[in-house]
Design a protein. Structure first.
Length: 317
């Protein structure tokens, strides 16, 4: 399906944040397509449909987080190429409100995001898919796997905002103690939902790019500038607030219904999650395999792409 075998030691293996973001989809064999959904126009970058009719019905659908777009997955795809890991028909979705997809009104919640994924799959002729999600996208992936087991074959979650984030949104005071970075960011965006984006971009223009990005990356001084620029550009307050509101009172016990293979990886230094989240996921989801990556923040697939491939089981090693 997606797994491959490393044929040699690639020059970037186990280096921290070894790749710039790729912004030209053609460099990765992807094409850009616009799909109209019930929640707005959705930009999708995907590989060409396979000639084989049965193969064309299956895809690997990749969902970014609340400060990302399709490009957030390009370091992982570059790492996969280096070690000959096959990613079957990748479909990289810019959820409405993120990347090139216009913001819907009201903002996108987890139910709406899941519905968009299903509509995108239907438009591409995909009837079953492996789901890959980062941060907010991981939350959406787990939810969709629980409510549409007929469509989801496997789930890979990277740096998921899950139990701790749900608790922080539902109980903000407790969240301030247990997940302060997430709680304070949400509070700041809530106080200035429209002005926050302009302030962030202004700060980046005067040389504060790495300062703004430092909480989420373990070694921000070693992260390529293209990654940091994209992070700040995609940190959209209204979308972040809409997505985080989905966690308020969310019943994560519904994930017990997930019956497919689940692999989860998180950075040990992730400020948007607690180390206990992986253990709790393993308790709730019967088939979950979990890995914590040392010396890694909230963007495991960018900071440690080769280790993430191995942790997800996409390569042997």
């Amino acid at each position: 399906m997606r797994r491959g075998r490393a044929t040699g030691v690639a020059p970037t293996v186990d280096r921290y944040a070894p790749f710039d973001l790729v912004t030209d989809p053609r460099a990765l064999g992807l094409t850009r397509e616009t799909i109209e959904t019930a929640h707005g126009r959705t930009i999708v970058h995907h590989a060409a449909s396979p000639a084989d009719r049965s193969a064309r019905r299956r895809a690997t659908v990749m969902l970014h987080g609340a400060a990302g777009s399709w490009t957030t997955w390009t370091p992982l795809l570059q790492a996969a190429r280096e070690v000959d890991a096959v990613v079957s028909r990748p479909v990289l979705v810019d959820l409405p409100g993120w990347g090139g997809s216009p913001e819907p009104e009201p903002g996108l919640d987890v139910e709406s995001a899941a519905a968009v994924v299903v509509e995108v799959a239907e438009a591409l002729g995909v009837t079953e898919f492996d789901l890959v999600g980062h941060s907010m996208g991981a939350f959406v992936a787990l939810h969709l796997a629980a409510v549409r087991p007929d469509l989801v074959l496997s789930v890979s979650v990277v740096s998921a905002t899950s139990f701790s984030a749900i608790d922080a949104v539902t109980h903000p005071v407790r969240g301030l103690v247990r997940l302060p970075a997430f709680t304070l960011l949400r509070a700041a965006f809530g106080a200035l939902p429209r002005a926050s984006a302009s302030l962030l971009r202004g700060a980046a223009r005067i040389g504060l790019l790495r300062v703004l990005s430092s909480p989420v990356f373990r070694h921000v001084d070693r992260v390529p500038s293209s990654v940091l620029r994209a992070f700040v550009a995609e940190l959209r307050p209204r979308g972040f607030l809409a997505a985080s509101r989905s966690g308020q009172g969310y019943d994560a016990s519904r994930w017990r219904a997930i019956d497919c293979d689940v692999a989860a990886v998180s950075g040990a230094d992730d400020v948007f999650a607690r180390t206990s989240d992986l253990a709790r996921l393993a308790e709730v989801v019967r088939h979950a395999r979990t890995t914590s990556l040392a010396d890694c923040g909230h963007f495991a697939h960018v900071e440690r792409p080769h280790e993430t491939l191995r942790a997800l089981g996409w390569v042997e090693g």
